[in-house]
Design a protein around this ligand. Structure first.
Ligand code: NAP
Length: 314
């Protein structure tokens, strides 16, 4: 293990919350180090067009994240392409150990680890992951050229994935367990107008059919939620888009969490249950979960870290 690197502010995560925290912390002369994690840039790097980032009527997710990274670096933040494998918040300085062997001793920590896709939890889904089952249309859509695919879910992600897949697939069937979507109206309009999209309402997928290997996914067994009737739908790809779960494993048992792992913060603040540790973005936000709200929370976290350290110095 290498000798510990002392930092005033360690930012864990590189989505809009992490990079915004880095911009603000750097400008506050906290010389922040940002650990970019397993998926530098976070969830927006596996999305297509972003149309609700203020100032950009349309920007590609990966390009937006690249700009945020450059911005943070230009302000003086140190971006490390490393993954925190453990974080000890039991005493200060807090200790982070990274995949590379680097160890950080941090006066303050900003946790911005985001969220990761949720799965249905079916054994057949697990068996066929990588053989036609995916949670990322932008990563895997290309493999479904001229095929028929299904998307499961009814939120913004599901609708975005379905529309994106129409670029490749000859038919996209959206399967939703209720009779209305929770996606933004503008997205719903686009979906309903698309000639290659069909929506199957009030159905859930109870099994994904097929075999791993050459054959892959061949279909879905669907159940009508009101009548209980089942039927098979022939598809070669199944995209699961049923929401996200907070990536709070690093702080499990150390910070107060609720609602299935979201880190609890004080109202109108990013302060967690441990003084000196702040949480921003999807790891704590179970309500809005937008790039712009995450960025706002990243800003709050950096301002609060700076105030926390200044108060100690008084
Ligand atoms: P979400 O809004 O939580 O929607 C999840 C969907 O999956 C819901 O329709 C839900 O059904 C369904 N679902 C959940 N568990 C299920 C299960 N076990 N089986 C079948 N269906 C299930 O999640 P999201 O679409 O990933 O979006 C997450 C957040 O990111 C939201 O705040 C969203 O607005 C935001 N987002 C924004 C954009 C954008 O602005 N362009 C793009 C992507 C995501 P019910 O409706 O019945 O609950």
């Amino acid at each position: 293990m290498s000798s510990p690197i002392a930092v005033k502010t360690l930012i864990v995560g590189s989505g809009p919350a992490g990079y915004t925290a880095a911009v603000y912390a750097a400008r506050a002369m906290l010389e922040p180090v940002l650990l970019a994690g397993m998926q530098p840039g976070g969830q927006l790097t596996i999305t297509s067009d972003v149309e609700n980032w203020p100032g950009d009527s349309k920007v590609e997710g990966p390009a937006l994240m690249e700009r945020m990274s450059e911005h943070a670096a230009a302000m003086g933040a140190k971006i490390e392409y490393d993954v925190a494998t453990s974080l000890d918040l039991s005493k200060r300085p807090f200790t982070a150990v990274c995949d590379s062997g680097a160890v950080y001793h941090a006066e303050t920590v900003i946790l911005a680890t985001g969220a990761q896709a949720r799965w249905l939890g079916l054994p057949s889904e697990e068996k066929l992951k990588g053989f036609g089952v995916s949670a990322c249309a932008t990563c895997d859509g290309f493999f479904f050229r001229d095929k028929e695919v299904a998307v499961i879910g009814g939120g913004n992600t599901a609708v975005e994935e379905a529309l994106f897949l129409t670029r490749f697939a000859k038919k996209v069937t959206l399967i939703h367990r209720r009779d209305s979507l929770r996606a933004e109206k503008i997205m719903q309009d686009r979906l309903f107008k698309h000639p290659n999209v069909e929506v199957i309402w009030d159905h859930e997928a109870v099994e994904i059919l097929g075999e791993p290997g050459e054959q892959g996914v061949t279909g879905l067994k669907l159940r009508q939620v009101k009548t209980g009737e089942t039927r098979d739908l022939a598809v070669q790809g199944a995209f699961v888009a049923i929401g996200h779960a907070p990536a709070s494993q690093l702080v499990e048992g150390q910070l107060e969490t609720h609602l299935g792992g979201y880190v609890v913060v004080k109202p109108f603040s990013t302060e967690t249950s441990v003084p000196g540790v702040f949480a921003a973005g999807d790891v704590t936000d179970h309500i809005y979960r937008q790039a712009v709200t995450s960025a706002g929370m990243g800003c709050m976290a950096a301002l609060e870290a700076e105030r926390f350290l200044s108060a100690e110095g008084e």
